[in-house]
Design a protein around this ligand. Structure first.
Ligand code: SF4
Ligand code: SF4
Length: 418
């Protein structure tokens, strides 16, 4: 009877958690679908290879080797350890205990021992990351961009991972203390339970089992609201990332047609190609890939620490560009009178960008903040004629003289006469 009641509670917890998770994912899909179409279905082989290299292989993390190693450890460890979650699910559904031990036979203690070792390493990695934020105060992790929820979010995730790993070790070690059969790490932790009787040990083990299970389900439901959802979105994001040379800016097809028509009067631009709005004022003018980028951003700040505008004290931070885009996409309402431009991202930030592309190069998961900046500038220039004075006179010079300087083409060589 006790087992069937436990089963019932387990199934109920699973159903509720799955329903909430489904709702969060639907919300996220809806937010990304606000964006304009962008075709990223070309060169699939190259896309799979990029995903394998950048998301799975974490190839762009190498610039900071210690953080890269620990990040890989926490990431791989956490994913592998959750294989044990499969057993917890199976046990919970079937009312069994350590179901896989019968399936794996002598390999079972080896596998669980390996997971236990990973749990200790993940735990140590999380402690290192906590120290980096709270004691060593690494600058990019204590930047004003992260004021409020983003800073709390990082701590919530790290403390949760520490608790989940600890619960796994308590579950196994209390069982080892009760039965005399443990695994690689838990065998060495039985001293923690000296003096406890078998009944208490049973409750400690069950408590840790439930804590781990409920913790994982809560964690799963928290993820879509957190920057840590990048552990999932990094895969599609790198798959759909830009394959053309990073410095190549996308030209607007409608403008290309206009130029072609100017050069060749017989060329007729396709009417359907003219967009409702040039450039982007709000998130629904951006492309869906820009919004996927925004939801994938880990807020690591590597882009901002490489940004020359930010380094020279300008207001621009590419990380904040991504965070503002995500925040607006999450709360977007067409009739609220707000827009990403001015209410999320200021013109000062947009015009501080040198379009050097250092942010895109630095991003470990293929995010392109420059693409958003360029589209918003396009809106300011083409819809509002609102470029700063210096940019306006440069554009006039290019139009009149074929160069950014205020001299006629015929006078270009004049300086040589002196
Ligand atoms: S492209 Fe712009 S935002 Fe990106 S690093 Fe260069 S200046 Fe900063
Ligand atoms: S855009 Fe990339 S580099 Fe910048 S904060 Fe986000 S994940 Fe980090």
């Amino acid at each position: 009877m006790a087992v069937s009641m436990e089963n019932g509670v387990f199934v109920l917890a699973l159903l509720v958690a799955s329903a909430f998770f489904y709702r969060s994912i639907a919300r996220l899909r809806q937010a990304i679908a606000l964006g304009q179409p962008a075709d990223r279905s070309d060169r699939p082989k190259e896309r799979w290879a990029t995903m394998a290299r950048v998301a799975m292989g974490q190839s762009k993390m190498g610039a900071r080797p210690v953080a890269a190693f620990l990040h890989l450890l926490v990431y791989v460890g956490f994913v592998l350890i959750n294989i044990e979650m499969l057993e917890i699910l199976a046990d919970g559904l079937l009312g069994t205990h350590r179901l896989f031990s019968g399936v794996l036979g002598p390999l079972y203690p080896v596998a669980i021992g390996f997971f236990e070792m990973l749990s200790v390493l993940v735990l140590l990695g999380c402690v290192f990351f906590l120290l980096r934020r709270s004691v060593w105060k690494v600058q990019r992790l204590n930047h004003p961009d992260l004021e409020g929820f983003p800073r709390k979010d990082a701590y919530i995730i790290l403390y949760t991972e520490v608790c989940l790993m600890a619960a796994l070790l308590v579950m196994n070690s209390s069982e080892a203390a009760a039965t005399g059969h443990g695994f690689f790490v838990s065998n060495h932790l039985t001293f923690l339970y000296t003096g406890l009787d078998i009944h208490t040990l049973h409750w400690v083990e069950r408590g840790a089992w439930w804590f781990h299970l409920i913790g994982i389900l809560l964690f799963l439901n928290y993820l879509p609201f957190s920057k840590h959802f990048h552990i999932v979105l990094a895969f599609p994001n790198t798959y759909f990332s830009k394959l053309t040379p990073k410095g190549q800016l996308d030209s607007m097809p409608s403008v290309t047609h206009e130029v072609k028509a100017m050069l060749d009067p017989s060329y007729v631009p396709p009417v359907t190609d003219i967009p409702a709005r040039f450039g982007a004022k709000d998130v629904n003018d951006l492309r869906w890939i820009n919004l996927l980028n925004a939801f994938t951003c880990t807020e690591c700040g590597r882009c901002t620490s490489e940004c020359p505008a930010n380094q020279t004290g300008k207001k621009l931070s590419p990380r904040r560009i991504m965070m503002a885009t995500r925040d607006r996409a999450e709360t977007y309402k067409p009739e609220d009178g707000l827009s990403l431009l001015d209410h999320g991202i200021s013109r000062e930030e947009l015009w501080a960008c040198t379009s050097c592309n250092a942010c895109t190069e630095a991003c470990p998961i293929g995010i392109d903040p420059l693409d958003i900046i360029i589209q918003m500038r396009q809106y300011i220039v083409m819809e509002e004629s609102g470029a700063p004075l210096g940019v306006q006179s440069m554009m006039t010079n290019i139009e009149n003289n074929g160069a950014p300087w205020p001299f006629a083409q015929a006078d270009r060589g004049s300086w040589t006469s002196e």
